[in-house]
Every structure is written in structure tokens, then in C-alpha cells.
Design a protein around this ligand. Sequence first.
Ligand SMILES: NC(=O)c1ccc[n+]([C@@H]2O[C@H](COP(=O)([O-])OP(=O)(O)OC[C@H]3O[C@@H](n4cnc5c(N)ncnc54)[C@H](OP(=O)(O)O)[C@@H]3O)[C@@H](O)[C@H]2O)c1
Length: 163
Amino acid sequence: MLAYVWAEDENRLIGKGGGLPWRLPADIAFFKKITMRGDMVTGRKTYETIPNRPLPGRRNIVLTAQKDYEAPGAIIVHSKEEILELEAKNNEDLYIIGGSALFKVFEDEVDELYRTVIHDTFEGDTYFPEDFDYGGFELVKTEKGIVDEKNKYEHTFELWRRK
Ligand SMILES: NC(=O)c1ccc[n+]([C@@H]2O[C@H](COP(=O)([O-])OP(=O)(O)OC[C@H]3O[C@@H](n4cnc5c(N)ncnc54)[C@H](OP(=O)(O)O)[C@@H]3O)[C@@H](O)[C@H]2O)c1
């Protein structure tokens, strides 16, 4: 099973200057809960934004075209096919955590979408792909996040499943 896990604002914005445009610890906790269920796949740029990498408790798989790329503690792969082979071999669910480039790469294979919608607009430079076809998916679960002192933005956790 292949899933995407990400958070976007009302304009599909996901990134700013190599990081996240917002601070929302509740979504980080949600991200951790979901990705701990299997292996995590990230684009090289997103991987380099993780402060204490690799993230513990799950395989960190990094996609890069650089043949000599090194990331201690992570598994380096160079193609989509290599990742799909790993999925078949390990019998583990794969959680694709972005960024934008990765969300294009697996659009035909992805089975589930864990989308956190942040009901606000932010400044930034990286977006979830505009042409992603939600027509092939159905929204099977929505849950409103709790707004509090540390989580100032209204947000909703959604789960979409391929029809
Ligand atoms: N809001 C969210 O949920 C969320 C989630 C993830 C990321 N983000 C944000 O998104 C931004 C980064 O996203 P991004 O789209 O710029 O970068 P990215 O997808 O993280 O990484 C892009 C890199 O992945 C490698 N890559 C991609 N497709 C490949 C392929 N088919 N074969 C081999 N290598 C491939 C390339 O690495 P090489 O250049 O090394 O070859 C490419 O430069 C950051 O701001 C980050 O904070 C937000």
C-alpha cells in the first residue's frame, strides 16, 4: 500500500524557503502517528529539511538522482521503480511524505491520501500539484483538529482512498 501524507493550506501551498510555512505541532504529531506504521519515502530536498534525520522508528527512504549522495542511517534510492520493488519485497506500507516532486512521481500508484487542510492562507513557494486528479479517490474520513494555544490554525485531517 502506498500513501501520501502532507499538509496544505487553502491554496495547496506546502512549503516556504525549504521548510513549512506554518507551525502546527498537532499535524507533526499526526504525521508521526501515520508514518510510524510503515516506511517513509522522501525527496532529497525534503529529507534535508528534517533537523534530526533519520527520523527514528521507521525506514527513511530518500529519492535522489545523485549517484554519490550520502545520508547516514537512510536508504538511498534513485528511481521510482526501485521504491516499488522495495515495497513489494519488504511487504511494508510506504508513506510518501513529499515534497511536491514526489507527489507527481507516484500519482498513478498512490492508494491513500492523508491530507491535512489548514484553513488559512500563507506565503510560500512550493505547492501540491495543481493537476492532481481527486476524481479517482473518495473522501472516507474527516476529523477536525483541535485549535488551542499551540495550534492556532483551524485544520482538518482527511483520508482519501482510491475508488
Ligand atoms: N506541507 C507538507 O506536508 C510538506 C511535505 C513535504 C515537503 N514540504 C516542503 O516542500 C519543499 C520541498 O519540496 P520540493 O518539491 O522542492 O522537493 P522534494 O520533492 O522534497 O525533493 C526533490 C528532489 O527529489 C529527487 N527526485 C525527485 N524525483 C525524482 C526521480 N524521479 N528520480 C530521482 N530523484 C528524484 C531529486 O533530488 P536530487 O536533486 O538530489 O537529484 C529532486 O531534486 C520544502 O519546502 C518542504 O518543507 C512540505
